[in-house]
Design a binder for this molecule. Structure first.
Ligand code: GRG
Length: 296
């Protein structure tokens, strides 16, 4: 109980740091043309969990307590993540009208503005990265990671495969491809960028790459399970959609019980990896526990 509260407080605290960066960086709501700035801010500040920024910051804290640059890098990733959510919710893509417990961006502002708001958040992410005060060579290396993630070897590939395979007979390989590209690579970017900024050694890098992979997979398996077993009010988005649109999900391929077992096994390996860092890993251990037991 004590640990759960500690985690919640810490997540909220880091969430606020990220929000400060985002708020300072983005144009004001009333800045011309204000409709687009309002639409961009709507989903961004609708109350996301900010799990990806938290993972990035707390992985970095295994090596350093500095907050400024890692928070900016984390905020840039949250801009990209929010862009994917806005576009994903569009009627032409996944067609959802609720996001983060609020109306989806296109419901309030129309599909045209939601499309542009997503584009603008994505481009703003790269601009934010460009402005971070780190060595140019490191900055280039990091920007390359973010850009690769967003392209047709990352998010777009995952989304495309998702569309192509809707309603098709399920294969474990295709499931892995979609989850890896749509979800897991974002989490791997968190641990990788934390290692780059901390100038972590090869052993740490290898270890934390695996951790990012396991974390991302568990996150998505639990997301698939929550779409079956979750409650709309606590999740802040529609449930039961995956089955209705015959999406490739973990439970669809492996069944519910095996999916839960796999998530459990993966989180145990993730805990073992971070335990290497002793007391410094406490926050990551609490985060691991949160993602595997979450109801939201
Ligand atoms: C690239 C055109 C285009 C669209 C984006 C990658 C992608 C396509 C969409 C991803 C959208 C999506 C729902 C991915 C699954 C990953 C996932 C479970 C996202 C929700 O993450 P949470 O639970 O959300 O961390 P919050 O709201 O807390 O940030």
């Amino acid at each position: 109980m004590k640990h759960r509260m500690l985690f919640k407080r810490d997540l909220k605290e880091k969430n606020e740091l990220v929000n400060i960066v985002l708020d300072r960086f983005l144009p004001r709501k009333d800045e011309y043309p204000k409709q687009i700035h309002k639409a961009m801010r709507h989903t961004l500040f609708a109350g996301g969990k900010r799990i990806r920024p938290y993972l990035m910051i707390r992985t970095y804290n295994l090596f350093s307590e500095e907050v400024e640059e890692i928070t900016e890098l984390a905020a840039a990733l949250e801009l990209i993540h929010t862009y994917t959510l806005i576009h994903d919710d569009l009627p032409e893509i996944d067609n959802d009208d609720t996001r983060r417990g609020k109306p989806a961006c296109h419901v309030l502002y129309g599909s045209d503005l939601a499309l542009l708001a997503g584009d603008a958040l994505l481009v703003n992410a790269i601009e934010l990265l460009y402005m971070i005060d780190i060595k140019d060579s490191l900055k280039l290396k990091i920007i390359k990671e973010y850009v690769s993630l967003c392209g047709d070897k990352g998010l777009i590939a995952g989304q495309m495969a998702d569309i192509l395979n809707e309603g098709e007979q399920v294969s474990p390989e295709m499931l892995e491809f979609i989850h890896l590209n749509k979800t897991v690579k974002l989490f791997q970017l968190c641990t990788r960028v934390a290692c780059y900024l901390a100038s972590a050694g090869a052993e740490d890098y290898k270890r934390l790459e695996r951790y990012g992979y396991l974390f991302g997979m568990v996150f998505q398996i639990i997301d698939d399970i929550l779409d079956i077993e979750g409650e709309k009010n606590s999740l802040g988005k529609s449930i039961g959609k995956d089955e209705k649109s015959r999406k490739l999900t973990y439970p669809a391929v492996y069944g519910l019980e095996r999916s839960k077992d796999q998530a459990q096994k993966m989180i145990e390996e993730a805990n073992e990896i971070v335990s290497h860092y002793g007391e410094k890993a406490l926050h990551l251990e609490l985060l691991n526990n949160f993602i595997v037991t979450r109801k939201l």
